[in-house]
Design a protein around this ligand. Structure first.
Ligand code: C2O
Ligand code: CU
Length: 472
């Protein structure tokens, strides 16, 4: 345990905290009423049973007995009805990361529902309106529950252009109970592909690596490729790339598209646990994926490869949020780290605007507003913060003050590196109480989490030790 993790363990939750109480005398809509309207979309039903199993002699917390959980694959426009059955010894929930669900289906314990207790079940229902690569994971005590194995992939295939290429979901994660990196449970994964075949790799970073939030740096070697989408959203006219490091923070996704060479294998490398604070105790683990058979491509030193730059990739095309340039509201989000007093105790905190969850002042929005966020990482040294917003997709406007020059980039998570600033904007078109947090689980636990509160929406749920709801 590092000083950071040891410090954050002292960060206590209040007895009870309501993120958006109903105010006496004011009309408000409860989040529980923000559900998908009835409709005749094709219905896809799934059951995800949260259960403890033993994998390789270690205890894992799983959906349906495997880590990762099952890949849920649906078509765009389908209605999903997912029953969570909890056979764990503790309460849990499911959050649909990147999907614009109605607020009641967001799965955040203490904001949109009570955590689902042992022996109980809960039904989520929503329409998969956006195609792309998404994932699901527990949002009750996620700091403990995600590394134990409670996550899986959700793929929404586009209606307009059904997937024809060979399509692999690659969930990158840590092995339950260990710091070791694996892809779909394996440190060395082998995937079939024929010579000259087109392959799509859907990379999902579900790995908690170190306390700095150091991103993964996957690199594809052995074939030129394009980055077809980020966070599931297609990029416009992506150029062909040689090997580059793709910085992928926890929660982020990238779809790579390439043609297999006429002979030999392609490899995905650069999947390492990164700079461990206690690296002298042992080398960080690495994982790799080999696609196809035959000679492996020549070894590359991933650390020396150029870094993929999403701000100048692909070509411009209209994007209403990016082009509009007028924002109803601009909010600064200053990400900080440092020692401080919290609930009367001295801690190492990860702060937003100098405060820690649940005491960060929410962003108040009205439906229809276009909201710009100016996100600043005040740590110039080594802290990375993949900032994720629930229930919305935002357009990236600029990094370090420089406007995007390539394809519009529409994502649900932006990786804010040391000393960087990012400007992003979204249309407030999905009423509710929505989390905005760093997806480095230890940072969210140490305070780096807040909410976006729509006017006129309240929640009956509370977080804290009285309710047992622990969203971070
Ligand atoms: Cu992956 Cu709050 O989410
Ligand atoms: Cu962070």
């Amino acid at each position: 345990m590092s000083w950071l993790a040891a410090g954050t363990a002292l960060n206590p939750m209040p007895l009870a905290f309501n993120a958006a109480p109903a105010l006496a005398g004011q009309a408000s809509t409860s989040v529980v009423n923000l559900v998908a309207p009835a409709g005749s979309e094709p219905l896809k039903t799934f059951t995800l049973t949260a259960q403890v199993v033993s994998i390789g002699g270690r205890e894992a917390w799983t959906f349906n007995g495997s880590v990762p959980g099952p890949v849920l694959r649906v078509a765009q426009g389908d209605r999903l009805r997912v029953t969570l059955v909890n056979h764990l010894p503790e309460a849990t929930s499911i959050h649909w990361h990147g999907i614009r669900v109605p607020n009641a289906e967001d799965g955040v314990a203490g904001i949109t529902q009570d955590a689902v207790g042992p022996g109980r079940s809960y039904v989520y229902e929503f329409i998969a309106s956006d195609a792309g690569t998404f994932w699901y994971h527990s949002h009750q005590d996620p700091y403990n529950q995600i590394p134990r194995g409670l996550f899986g992939a959700l793929v929404v295939e586009p209606l307009a252009s059904p997937v024809r290429e060979r399509d692999y979901v690659l969930m990158i994660h840590t092995v339950p109970g260990e710091a070791t990196i694996a892809v779909d449970g394996h440190p060395n994964l082998h995937l079939a592909a024929d010579p000259n075949e087109t392959v799509r790799l859907r990379l999902i970073n579900a790995a908690s690596t170190d306390n700095y939030g150091t991103p993964l740096t996957p690199a594809l070697v052995g074939a030129p490729y394009t980055i077809a989408s980020l966070d599931g959203h297609d990029l416009n006219q992506p150029q062909v790339l040689g090997p580059e490091q793709i910085t992928l923070g926890m929660g982020q996704r990238a779809d790579l598209l390439f043609k297999m060479p006429s002979s030999g294998a392609v490899r995905l490398v650069g999947l390492s646990g990164a700079a461990k604070p206690l690296a002298f105790l042992g080398k960080a683990s690495t994982a790799a994926v080999t696609i196809g058979t035959g000679a492996a491509p020549p070894h590359v030193d991933v650390g020396r490869l150029p870094r993929f730059d999403l701000t100048s990739y692909g070509s411009p095309t209209p994007d209403s949020i990016l082009d509009d340039g007028r924002y109803d509201l601009t909010q600064n989000i200053v990400l900080g780290t440092g020692p401080g007093f919290h609930n009367g105790e001295f801690n190492i905190l990860d702060t937003i605007n100098g405060r820690t969850s649940p005491f960060v002042i929410p962003i108040h929005v009205s439906e229809g507003e276009v909201v710009r966020l100016h996100i600043v990482n005040s740590d110039k040294d080594r802290m990375w913060h993949p900032i994720h917003i629930h229930g919305h997709i935002f357009s990236i406007l600029a990094r370090n003050g420089h406007r995007l020059s390539g394809s519009p980039v529409r994502v649900d998570t932006v990786l804010v590196g040391p000393g960087e600033t990012w400007d992003v904007a979204f249309r407030a078109d999905n009423p509710g109480i929505w989390m905005l947090h760093c997806h480095v689980l230890v940072h969210a636990l140490a305070g780096m989490s807040m909410t976006i509160n729509y006017d006129g929406i309240s929640t009956p749920f509370t977080m804290g030790s009285r309710s047992g709801n622990v969203p971070e």
